[in-house]
Design a protein around this ligand. Structure first.
Ligand SMILES: Nc1ncnc2c1ncn2[C@@H]1O[C@H](COP(=O)(O)OP(=O)(O)O)[C@@H](O)[C@H]1O
Ligand SMILES: [Mg+2]
Length: 273
């Protein structure tokens, strides 16, 4: 679902990337890790290219070890790529990461919160890092809480369940009202009810002007939430398109079948979670 908000585009388009309608542009991105022995080269990303338009919900779908987290890591500046160029919000990550930082929110795969602080204190802490005033932070927290309920917000995060920690990380990622949001496995380990509530929340974000990059290995999540998906496997892009297009092209009834036809394996095979 693409939005046509010219004001939004004008605000963020100071473009150096080749296509000004792109929120994200990834060109031949490679990330290699080297093992102890010289011949041990792990190709976490082996030359992937794709573009994400402004306002799109874009899914990175693939099995464990496919390279989803590495992609999000590079796009959010946490991982330095081996080769390739990346533009986020029109800015070259290598040259203008300081500009990119103000545009993005990241919800990492491994939840990162201070366990000895309450949920609210955690959010306040990150709000302050974004130089927000106390009033701005409080106002934003109230708005966000209406959308993502977190009853235990005033309890220490130490006692939170996995689902609660994920919700807290999502609230932290949203505190500075980022226009580009990275969500790495946002519902992993959640019970069906909590998952449904996050899906509803993400649906509500679709009508805001946010570009969302979401990684998942849940087929239904990708099918129902994403405007387009990129299927990745062993650090390579194996297919890209709307879920409907991909199913039609590969004569499949769901994205799992598409993946199976393309790779001979099932996405869920070998998943830990
Ligand atoms: N820091 C690292 N050192 C060595 N190998 C890594 C490192 N991070 C990721 N990898 C490897 O890169 C590949 C892609 O990992 P990742 O991006 O986490 O996949 P996904 O998120 O799709 O499960 C995997 O083979 C993983 O083992
Ligand atoms: Mg991952």
């Amino acid at each position: 679902m693409l939005k046509n908000n010219n004001k939004f585009k004008a605000k963020y388009l100071s473009h150096q990337s080749s296509d000004p309608t792109c929120s994200i542009e990834v060109n031949d991105l490679k990330k290699y890790y080297y093992g102890k022995k010289y011949y041990e080269k792990i190709k976490a990303l082996d030359g992937i290219s794709f573009q994400v338009k402004y306002g799109e919900v874009f899914g990175l779908l693939g099995p464990n070890g496919a390279g989803k987290t590495t992609t999000v890591g590079v796009l959010s500046g946490l991982i330095t790529p081996t080769e390739g160029s990346v533009f986020v919000g029109g800015y070259d990550m290598k040259k203008n990461f300081d500009k990119v930082k103000a545009l993005i929110g990241v919800c990492p795969q491994e939840t990162r919160v201070f366990k000895f602080l309450t949920g609210r204190e955690n959010i306040e802490y990150f709000g302050k890092l974004h130089l927000m005033t106390k009033d701005q932070i409080n106002e934003k927290i109230e708005t966000l809480l209406k959308l993502v309920g977190l009853e235990a917000i005033d309890r220490k995060a130490k006692g939170y369940s996995g689902g609660m920690l994920r919700k807290l990380n999502l609230l932290i990622a949203l505190i500075n009202n980022p226009c580009i949001l990275f969500l790495d496995e946002p519902t992993v380990g959640m019970d069906p009810r909590a998952r449904r509530s996050i899906w509803n929340f993400l649906f509500s974000l679709k009508s805001s002007d946010k570009t969302i990059i979401l990684t998942t290995h849940y087929i239904e999540e990708a099918e129902s939430l994403c405007d387009r998906v990129a299927i990745i496997d062993y650090g390579q892009l194996v297919a890209i398109g709307t879920p409907k297009e991909l199913m039609k092209e590969h004569e499949s009834k769901n994205l799992e079948e598409v993946f199976l036809k393309l790779t001979g394996r099932r996405i869920i095979e070998g998943m830990e979670n």
